[in-house]
Each structure stands twice: as C-alpha cells, then as structure tokens.
Design a protein around this ligand. Sequence first.
Ligand code: ACO
Length: 371
Amino acid sequence: MSPYAHITGWGMAIPDRVLTNAELAQMVDTTDEWIVSRTGIRERRIAEDDQTTASLATEAALNAISVANLSPMDIDLIIVATSSPEHLFPATACLVQNSIGATKAGAFDLLAACTGFIYALNMASQAIATGSAKTAVVIGSETLSRLIDWQDRSTCILFGDGAGAFVLQASEEPAGLLSAVMRSDGSGADLLSLPAGGSALPTSIDTVNEGLHFISMSGREVYRFATRVMTQATEEAVKKAGLKITDIDLVVPHQANQRIIETALKNLKIPLERCVINLDRYGNTSTASIPIAACEALQDGKIRPGDRLVFVGFGSGLTWGAAVVQWSGPFPTRIRMIPGIIRFYARVRSLLLRLLRFFDSFFWDRFYNND
Ligand code: ACO
C-alpha cells in the first residue's frame, strides 16, 4: 500500500515590525473602522530591510525541522509556495536548501498564489505516496509588502509578511493527508495580478512609471469568487476523504477576510469556534497564512493528534483548493535538533562548497583549459 504523508513538524516566522490600521490611516485615505468592518484586519507584520522571502522561509523551516527532530540531511524535497519569490530564478527553495544544509534535497518553487500552500502540501504528499520522497518540507513564505503600492488604499490594507512550514514524513499508518482538491480558472487571471516584471511585460521605465510592478486587484469580484469556492472546495475535499462535515474538528482557512471566512462557514454549517482566525494580527500573508494559523492553533492547544482538519484557500490565478488532514505530531526519535546549530553547520558547508568551486575553476583554467 502507498505510504501516507504525516505532518510531523511545524514552524513559523514573522517579522517583529507591526503596522497598525491607525498608522495606515496616516498614509492613505482610510480608517481603522473601515478596515476592521470590511476585513477584520487590525494590524499586520512588515519585513525589515534585511528580511526576505528566503530568510523568513529558512527560519520557519528550521523551526519545523526541530519540532520533527530531523537532520536536514534526512530531507528529500523542499517546496516553497510563494507569490513574492526572492528572484524570478533561482528558486527561493534552493536558497532555503543551502541555508539549512539539506544536502540530499531537490528544491523548487510553486506558484499558485494564496492557494500555493495547499497545492504544495498535495504535491509533497504525492511524492511521498509514490515513494519518490520519504521526507519533505513544505513552506509558504511571503514578503508581499515589497509588491504593494503603499498609496493604493484598496490593496495596501490587506497584506502582511510572514512564513510557515510543515515537515511531512512517510508512514504506513493511515493518517496525514487524507484528500486534496486543486482547482483553477485562468479566465479570471486579470482579477488579481502583478502585471509587469515577467516575460509578457518586462520591467521598464514605463512599467515603473505606470505602477505596473505593484499588485492590482478587483476586490469585489475576488470576494464573490472566494466565498463560493471556499465552500465548494471544503465540501469536495471532505467527501473525497470519505468523511462528513460533522467529522471535521477544525477548519484552518486562508486568512484573507473575516467576512469571506464567516460566509463560507455559514454555508457549510460549521460553527465559528471550529475555525482558526488570526488575520486580525497578521492580515493576508498569502501562502503563509494557513501554516501560520495552524502553528498558532497548535500553540493554543486547539489541535491534538487524531484531529481531522480542513485547510482551504483561494487566490490569484484564479486558484482554489482544500486538503483534509488527520493530525499526527512528531514521530518518536532520539536526536534533538537545535535550529541555531543546523544554521551554523549549513553556513560552514555553503562556504566550503563555494571555496571548492573557486579552486575547481582555478585549476580547470590553469591545467585543462588551453583556449
Ligand atoms: N478605506 C476606505 N475606503 C475604501 C478603502 C479603504 N481602505 N478601500 C476601498 N474603499 C472604498 C472604495 O473606493 C469604494 O468607494 P465608492 O463606493 O465611493 O466607490 C468603497 O470603499 C467600497 O469599495 P469596495 O471595493 O466595493 O469594498 P468591499 O466591501 O468589496 O471591500 C475588500 C473591499 C476588503 C478589498 C473586499 O472586496 C475583499 O476583501 N475582497 C477580497 C480580496 C482578497 O481576498 N484578495 C486576496 C486574494 S488571495 C491572493 O491571491 C493574494
């Protein structure tokens, strides 16, 4: 039988800098009352200059690896779901691979906007189910504050920075990811996008002057789409797992808007107490919002081994999806991993590899390359 992908480690990373609604009201024509009543958001975190999507992802991954008590060398696969990658290429996941010293891991980025973490969770679970990986790290990480027009009140109030990560491990025990649905509708691609900076519209003075390097969104239409698909995706994933909505202990939704979450829960007849909401403190952290909400629910003792959870989200693309998970917790192990030591070892290793490459090219030029 195919192995199951259990979630055995989790971690998050959020910047210290808090940006409140009151501060935003001094930057654009808005009020705390408008933002809270329309979205539920009260404050969000903003990355410091030296924090990036990769650095937040690394911190979250190290925390998750230490909860799972794994060595970075045990990791076969790293997927970073992000809409604000460090660069167009190389993949942010490769930078994380280097920072944590995961010497045996394949690493790639996945772009499905705010649904990215659910897509990545499913892809990593499929890799485990087919035997191509035994241990995977799935990360959602964003610094969307760098892609926002801070003069556009319709978008700048929504987003925040942060990262969350899960470790997935193979086990014959039937638990972990029980089902997932992934959906898309590219006919709505223009509703939420970052128009310039890709191959269709490379960055130029004109694109910058026109502000096309900032997030552009039709909020109303995204809102309507979101309430519909959050309900549908949850129902589909629960059915696919062979369960009923009443079997679900906790819903961990994408944290975009309190009203979207409440409408979806109402449609599903799930009481608010069986849902994690922390967008009041972090805003919409896109791919990071589900793992951050899960980490906080774990800290608060709202998730216990054996619990059945639904992760559900939507985003640009358009994309949407849901996953049903039976929670496991860390596998028993005798080693104790400390994030600082892993990071130190990875730095030394990375330095040695660079030196090795330097000497390699030096000797190659001297002795072999006669051009
Ligand atoms: N402060 C005060 N007024 C505002 C603000 C603001 N920050 N923003 C917009 N307004 C005004 C508008 O100009 C408009 O004024 P008008 O009636 O005079 O024209 C009025 O408020 C209503 O604007 P709407 O856009 O219709 O407001 P709505 O109730 O739809 O709320 C919101 C806007 C919060 C953006 C909502 O539509 C929403 O949450 N949509 C979903 C967005 C979302 O979740 N995006 C993330 C997707 S995930 C991803 O992939 C990143």
